[in-house]
Design a protein around this ligand. Structure first.
Ligand code: SF4
Length: 283
């Protein structure tokens, strides 16, 4: 059985840098605090916690003089203001590509355009994007876009990890609603690259395995993307969820992973599938 791992499967550079910064910061400062988990991956969160990165819900839970780390997918302006007002030691791990989305949103508002964000309601990145200007509209599906009123003008950006297909479908609806529409394609390049590689693999492999947490909307989207092309697609978050029967009569297996999946997890999955392959050959 041939196993092909997508070239850029797993951590995007934004998440990788944030995780490394979290480890470096704990070495330098001792315990470091974060508002929520750094990535949607239980193993990474546990490993980081063991190293001294603590998750809190509010800034008020951070002990005095301890650093607060702002995560890769951005932080709402109100939280930034609160932390600055309290002279907190802020370690900023915001991905530069998320910062670009914030800049684009402000530019659209300066053009007097109401801003529409294509993204998941309540997702931290979307909350951070929406906090840049007032009265932002968040739309997650074409159906929601259909419910919008007609507008003379609007500016649209997307959450960095959206699929091109969902964004295109929503833009198609918005074209019927907005007379003067300006769309800035803010799906980030690691996401576009990951999606393109999954489509290619799903077309040429018998079975596709997408590794990612079931709490990660990004991983779920990748699984759906692959499944549309290859119905033998399975999402797993650990090796224990892999089933030998998926690989019976299989020549080629493709593996990819969400942006919050660490390299060691991808390697463990590859090894486990290899062990199934050896067993199935013996039968
Ligand atoms: S998914 Fe894209 S925008 Fe988000 S952290 Fe990764 S590289 Fe940055």
């Amino acid at each position: 059985m041939k196993i092909i791992i997508a070239k850029d499967a797993g951590y995007c550079f934004g998440v990788r840098d944030a995780v490394n910064l979290a480890y470096d910061s704990t070495k330098k400062h001792g315990d470091v605090y974060m508002l929520g988990t750094i990535v949607h991956n239980e193993r990474v969160v546990q490993d980081l916690s063991d190293a001294g990165t603590k998750v809190v819900k509010k800034l008020s839970e951070v002990p005095e003089d301890s650093p607060i780390l702002f995560r890769a997918h951005g932080t709402a302006n109100t939280v930034w203001d609160e932390a600055k007002d309290q002279n907190m030691n802020i370690i900023d791990a915001t991905c530069p590509l998320v910062r670009e989305i914030h800049d684009e949103v402000r530019k659209l508002a300066e053009e007097n355009r109401p801003v529409i964000v294509i993204g998941d309601h309540g997702h931290d990145e979307v909350v951070g994007i929406a906090s840049q200007v007032d009265n932002v509209i968040v739309v997650s599906t074409p159906k929601e876009a259909e419910g919008l009123r007609k507008m003379k003008r609007a500016g649209v950006v997307s959450q960095s990890t959206q699929t091109i297909e969902n964004v295109q479908a929503i833009i198609n609806v918005l074209m019927t609603k907005v007379y003067d529409l300006r769309f800035v394609n803010t799906i980030c390049f690691p996401t576009k690259r990951n999606q393109a590689q999954i489509k290619e693999l799903a077309n040429k492999c018998d079975v596709m395995i997408i590794i990612g947490s079931f709490t990660s909307a990004n991983s779920k989207r990748l699984e759906q993307l692959s499944k549309r092309i290859n119905s033998n697609t399975h999402q797993v978050n650990s090796t224990g969820e892999l089933k030998e029967e998926w690989f019976v009569n299989t020549d080629t297996v493709g593996i990819s992973a969400g942006a919050s999946t660490p390299d060691y997890l991808i390697e463990e999955v590859r090894e486990r599938i290899e062990s199934f392959s050896e067993k199935l050959q013996e039968v």
